[in-house]
Design a protein around this ligand. Structure first.
Ligand SMILES: Cc1cc2nc3c(=O)[nH]c(=O)nc-3n(C[C@H](O)[C@H](O)[C@H](O)COP(=O)(O)OP(=O)(O)OC[C@H]3O[C@@H](n4cnc5c(N)ncnc54)[C@H](O)[C@@H]3O)c2cc1C
Length: 476
């Protein structure tokens, strides 16, 4: 069993890195689906645009995604509708558009990324959730979506909704193709550590060099650089556990339930084997009791060939933040908070952000505006999210001591965590996430140090592989 994402076999070597100061029109930070989609949308403009990625492109959250492309996204429409029917309607239109845009990009650029048309299902196996599914059905069918009520074969369910215009694909093959198309404009192993603004220009520090730009697009998943934006007040991070297992036959379906625990599935054919990709359980990262127990639950279900975890940002009104970070200033842009639906929303973000920069109209700018008004969902969720964040900060200060291979101690007056591997080699890191100083827990399956406050992750020897932190925690 491999303790990594099934997409690992298509991880590419890094390309060029930033080696000198530069001046450009647009600097995109982050080479996941959001950053590359934005680069794609700006390619035909006259603006000199570059993208910097601290690792290799696609190796962030996108690499760990189940990569279903659909607008049937749990109970999203009912959740948004609680405060605004118009917003739910606009969100539906945006997701249908995004599915089509992504499909058209794949076809127009002949991207070999195993794009497959599938039927997408939303199901429940609990009587008390039938009414919720019916409400989702009514909303979709009243708004001209071809949706039908049915039952999903091969899995326990009492009702399922089905739409047929959905897709699955290989997210890393998609990213790798875009990376190859724009290789001159992409710099990997290039980490932004600071952004200053002076005289109308941004000065971003990258590998101790400086990039001057008129625009900055922050596509780094969790936005570290924006203290004024106060992400912990507007969102929480959710972690899910995923396995992939070889099966005899691939079915042309993807599915997700609306019950607890969360179950989501799709199939993937790599040309030699068929795999079932199965997600089981999602938790607010700050509420996780034991990473090991959660993986053990997954292991009990099947014997998987791959196992990994992933996290995404859940906004407190269920709508992503895409647009201008500062009011009345279209030079600093952000796209985050996809509520685990980043294949559509990352693609959409590329279009919206490019249109803002190019001063073009876009139907969806106001819906996703990071400065949209406070609403009921936000007010209700704010204390829950804040409480969860606080709980994680307090809990993390105690460390996860239930692992005999991990020792929390002090070295040279600093708090450190030490993991002794199978060969008795010690891996020592500073036990403090650079983001908000939370302590770290050890992820025994993927062999990473994880922060339960906002989801930063580090390798055994402290290299940051997932944000919001952008600093390493190596002990030297
Ligand atoms: C379990 C799970 C399953 C999911 N399945 C689906 C699905 O089936 N369908 C779907 O639509 N969505 C799905 N999602 C959501 C989707 O995967 C994400 O929303 C999406 O991949 C986010 O893309 P991104 O480009 O914003 O972030 P990322 O892919 O994380 O890209 C951000 C990049 O920025 C880089 N970066 C960060 N900081 C810096 C810095 N300082 N300098 C330079 N570079 C930096 C990172 O290295 C990273 O590569 C899932 C999410 C989860 C958690």
């Amino acid at each position: 069993m491999k303790n990594t994402s099934i997409w690992i076999n298509n991880r590419e070597k890094s390309s060029q890195t930033i080696k000198q100061d530069m001046e450009v029109d647009v600097l995109i930070i982050g080479g996941g689906i959001t950053g590359l989609s934005t680069l794609l949308e700006l390619q035909n403009s006259n603006l000199k645009t570059i993208l910097v990625e601290r690792n290799t492109c696609g190796y962030g959250v996108t690499f760990r995604s189940t990569a279903k492309i659909t607008y049937l996204q749990e109970q999203i429409f009912m959740n948004i509708r609680k405060t605004s029917y118009e917003n739910a309607l606009l969100y539906l239109a945006s997701q249908i558009d995004a599915v089509n845009w992504l499909k058209n990009i794949v076809h127009s650029y002949h991207i070999d990324c195993d794009l497959k048309k599938v039927s997408s299902y939303l199901f429940t196996n609990e009587e008390e959730n039938v009414a919720k599914l019916e409400a989702e059905y009514n909303f979709l069918s009243q708004n001209h979506v071809k949706v039908k009520k049915t039952k999903l074969e091969g899995i326990n369910n009492i009702l399922a909704l089905q739409v047929d215009d959905s897709y699955t694909f290989h997210p890393l093959k998609y990213i790798n193709h875009l990376k190859a198309m724009f290789s001159d404009s992409i710099y990997e192993n290039s980490k932004v550590t600071k952004i200053d603004k002076k005289d109308g220009y941004y000065y971003s520090s990258v590998n101790n060099l400086q990039i001057k730009s008129k625009y900055v697009v922050l596509a780094s998943h969790y936005p570290y650089f924006l203290i004024p934006f106060l992400m912990p007040f507007k969102s929480h991070v959710e972690t899910s556990y995923i396995g992939a297992k070889r099966v005899k036959q691939c079915l042309d379906i993807s599915a997700i339930n609306i019950d607890k625990p969360c179950i989501s599935m799709r199939y993937y054919d790599d040309g030699n084997n068929c795999y079932l990709i199965y997600l089981y359980q999602s938790f607010a990262t700050c509420n996780i009791k034991s990473i090991k127990d959660n993986f053990d639950e997954l292991k009990k279900l099947q014997k998987f060939d791959y196992m990994w975890s992933n996290k995404d940002i859940i906004t407190n009104d269920y709508i992503p933040y895409i647009g201008c970070i500062y009011k009345n200033d279209d030079t600093f842009l952000i796209a985050t908070g996809y509520n685990t639906w980043g294949m559509t929303n990352g693609t959409l973000a590329g279009k919206i952000l490019a249109d803002i920069i190019l001063k073009k109209d876009n139907l969806y700018i106001s819906l996703f505006d990071p400065h949209r008004h406070i609403n009921l969902n936000k007010i209700v969720r704010l204390p829950i999210d804040l409480g969860c964040n606080l709980k994680a900060i307090i809990k993390s200060s105690k460390g996860n001591v239930n692992n005999s291979k991990v020792i929390y101690t002090k070295k040279d007056g600093r708090n450190v965590a030490i993991y002794k591997d199978e060969k008795e080699v010690e891996h020592i890191v500073l036990n403090k996430c650079p983001h908000m100083k939370c302590g770290l827990v050890f992820n025994e399956v993927e062999k990473t140090w994880d922060c339960l406050c906002h989801g930063s992750r580090f390798t055994l020897d402290g290299k940051c592989i997932e944000g919001p932190s952008y600093f390493d925690i190596s002990f030297k």
